[in-house]
Each structure stands twice: as structure tokens, then as C-alpha cells.
Write a protein that binds this ligand. Structure first.
Ligand code: PLP
Length: 383
């Protein structure tokens, strides 16, 4: 069997459909990272005032950092190329080689960032179970090391809001405060992976600052629901951000005339936060539609932001086969952690309610044809 990357595989599906006639609209539900820059962003990029950011002289980057810090109630910020780099700068500026970082077992930093905190930071990960996004306070407390004895020092607790691998679930201001107060009372700092912090804020009906006030640093992405082409930001107190800036350089992530992309991020920050509720409404409609399709397992009440997580009845169809069948019909969905039975669809600025309805029709048709094609007698017992 020829192993093909997603790109080649999708390309082939497109050509085949193309030969059948006009291309149907591609339904891109794999991630909100697929959002394209808006016309306003492209105009701002073309007109951006720029300078050398490594000299601190790119006026657009400086404006973006100032605004980003203000929006999450922090004193300072550093613009970075990706969310992963923002997290890495946040973690490495607050934990030293050989120290320990407490992470949820489903945290993006632990699962989806190549173990960089360990590989590049020489840090020890202490893993606690994620439950609906939030690790239990008693698990966090039990994971904090005593100072005496042959233990690594616990330096940092990482939280995540909204929680990607937990289906876009959110942490409330109270949950965040309780975990942060516990950590701080034991001399442990707190980093928040807030890649989608504004989705969480809109879902909870609170200002983002209420979700970030208790933590020391927060990373958020311009390149997801906010639809900017590039970049994330790490925000915190001036001293920590100064250290993080050094780490960004150490990792090769310092930039020059980055105002070209920061200009789009500024437009994203100022104009794209308020519309995220539309994505949440579309996600809820998608979840309710999925719940009505036989063979799909989902509790729509758990869908509170723009991420929809679901499973198939394994007796009906394998998740990978379902994902490929969708792609052949120009509907792109993703699979959690590469190979889990859980599938993921994400709503964003470039998918409409009509696209949600079209996606539901494709998925219902795939499962319907599967039901007809495969008599229950050959499926064996379901367990
Ligand atoms: C996407 C994401 C990131 C990383 O962002 P990249 O820009 O892809 O590096 C970090 N944390 C969470 C929770 C994310 O969903």
C-alpha cells in the first residue's frame, strides 16, 4: 500500500471530483486555523508601517503587543510565530532545567507540541488527569512536590482554556482562580494555554480578563478563530515577558519586519472577537444535527464553543474510514490525536450555517449507505 500524506491524498480526491464536473465547495471543518485573512486584514498588511522588531522598532508589532497585553489585562506581551512557540516561551521563562511542570494528560502542550518543553527545556512533566478540561484540584495539590527529599522542584502549573482535546470545554473564572491560588500558595507559577481564550470568554459571557487575572502568563492565538494568517502572543508581567523574549530568540523565533503580519493580527484582535458567538451557534447546530444521525454518538449539550467532538458506533463504521469517505466528498474533518476513535469538527469564519447543513447531509448519506451495504449479521456483536 502506498502511504500518502494528507495533502497528496486530498489533492487526488479533488482531481477526481473535478473530472466529474464543477468542483463543489470544499467544506473545511478540520480546524479554525484554515481561516483565510479577511480583505480588511490584507489591506492592513499592505499598508503596515514596519521596522526591525529585534531592535524593538517595528511600530505595528509594538502596537499589537500593547493591545494584546491590555485585552488580557497583563503588563507586557511578546508576539510569536505560533501558539506552540508562545507556550514554549511561557513555560521556559518560568521553569528551569530539571524542574517540574504540572500538565493535564490531554493538554495541548503535553500531547500536541512534540514534547518540546521536555526536549528543549529539559523539564520534567508531571501529568494529572484532565476532566472536562480542568484537572481536579486534589490531583493538582497531590502533584505539587514537597521541598524536602529527592524530588524535582515543582515550578509551574499549565491550564488550557478552551480545552482542545476535551471538545472545546471551558474553565470558568472561579475554576481558574481556585487552581491558580492553590499553585501560588505553594510557590508554583501558572501558565494558561489560551489559544482560544476569546471563544471561552464569549461562551461564558465574561471579559477575557476574568479568565486571565489569576494566571501569571497567557498565550493566545490570532491565527485560529480570529482568522489572522500568522501568530500568537505571550502576555504576562514585564519581567517574565522580558525573559520570554530571550527564549524566543534562543529558539530562533525572533523576527524582523513582522509588522506585515502583525497588522493582520491587530485587525483580528479588534474586529473578530465579537463574532465568535456565531461559530458557537453553528457548532451547536452541527452537534444537534449529528445527534440526530444514527450511528453517531455525541451529547450536544457539551458543545459550548466552536469545537465539536464525536464518535461513531464502531459496529457501524471505523472512524478512519468515515473520515476518508467524508474527504472524498470534499468534507474535511479531523481525528483527535491522530488515531483516536474521536473525530473533531471546528466551526469558524469561513464556514456558514449552510455549510453546516451541507456537511450534515454528507455525513448522514455516508452512514446511511453503510447501513444498507452492511447487514447487521456480518457486523458481529457490538460492545
Ligand atoms: C492550536 C493550539 C496551540 C498551538 O498553536 P499553533 O499555532 O498551532 O502552534 C496551542 N494550544 C492549543 C490549545 C491549541 O489549540
Amino acid at each position: 500500500m502506498v502511504v500518502m500524506g494528507w495533502a497528496g491524498w486530498y489533492g487526488r480526491a479533488r482531481v477526481r471530483n473535478g473530472m466529474l464536473g464543477a468542483l463543489s465547495k470544499l467544506l473545511e471543518f478540520r480546524s479554525d486555523t484554515f481561516t483565510k485573512p479577511t480583505p480588511a486584514m490584507r489591506k492592513a498588511m499592505a499598508e503596515a508601517e514596519v521596522g526591525d522588531d529585534q531592535y524593538g522598532e517595528d511600530p505595528t508589532v509594538n502596537r499589537l503587543e500593547e493591545r494584546a497585553a491590555a485585552v488580557v489585562g497583563k503588563a507586557a506581551a511578546v508576539y510569536v510565530a505560533s501558539g506552540m512557540l508562545g507556550n514554549l516561551c511561557g513555560v521556559l521563562s518560568q521553569a528551569q532545567r530539571g524542574e517540574e511542570v504540572i500538565l493535564g494528560d490531554l493538554a495541548h502542550i503535553y500531547q500536541n507540541e512534540m514534547g518540546a518543553f521536555a526536549t528543549l527545556g529539559s523539564l520534567h512533566g508531571r501529568i494529572v488527569p484532565n476532566r472536562d478540561g480542568m484537572p481536579a484540584l486534589e490531583d493538582i495539590e497531590a502533584a505539587i512536590r514537597p521541598t524536602a527529599g529527592a524530588f524535582p522542584r515543582t515550578a509551574l502549573l499549565c491550564l488550557e482554556n478552551s480545552h482542545n482535546n476535551c471538545g472545546g470545554s471551558v474553565l470558568t473564572p472561579e475554576q481558574t482562580r481556585a487552581a491558580a491560588d492553590l499553585a501560588h500558595s505553594r510557590g508554583v507559577r501558572v501558565h494558561l494555554d489560551g489559544a482560544r481564550i476569546f471563544n471561552a470568554a464569549i461562551a461564558l459571557g465574561v471579559d477575557a480578563r476574568e479568565l486571565t487575572a489569576a494566571v501569571d502568563t497567557v498565550q493566545f492565538c490570532f491565527s485560529k478563530g480570529l482568522s489572522a494568517p500568522v501568530g500568537s502572543v505571550l502576555c504576562g508581567d514585564a519581567e517574565t515577558v522580558a525573559k520570554a523574549r530571550k527564549i524566543r530568540k534562543l529558539l530562533g523565533g525572533a523576527m524582523r519586519q513582522a509588522g506585515v503580519v502583525a497588522a493582520a493580527a491587530l485587525v483580528a484582535l479588534e474586529t473578530m472577537r465579537d463574532r465568535l458567538g456565531q461559530d458557537h451557534a453553528n457548532a451547536r447546530a452541527l452537534a444537534e444535527g449529528l445527534a440526530a444521525i444514527a450511528g453517531i454518538r455525541i451529547d450536544p449539550r457539551r458543545v459550548v464553543t466552536n469545537i465539536v467532538s464525536f464518535e461513531l458506533d464502531p459496529a457501524r463504521m471505523d472512524a478512519g474510514m468515515f473520515q476518508r469517505s467524508c474527504a472524498e466528498r470534499d468534507l474535511r474533518i479531523s481525528r483527535y490525536l491522530g488515531n483516536s476513535p474521536r473525530l473533531r469538527m471546528v466551526t469558524h469564519n469561513d464556514v456558514s450555517r449552510a455549510d453546516v447543513d451541507a456537511a450534515l447531509a454528507v455525513m448522514a448519506a455516508i452512514l446511511q449507505s453503510q447501513r444498507v451495504a452492511t447487514p447487521a449479521s456480518v457486523l458481529g456483536p457490538s460492545y
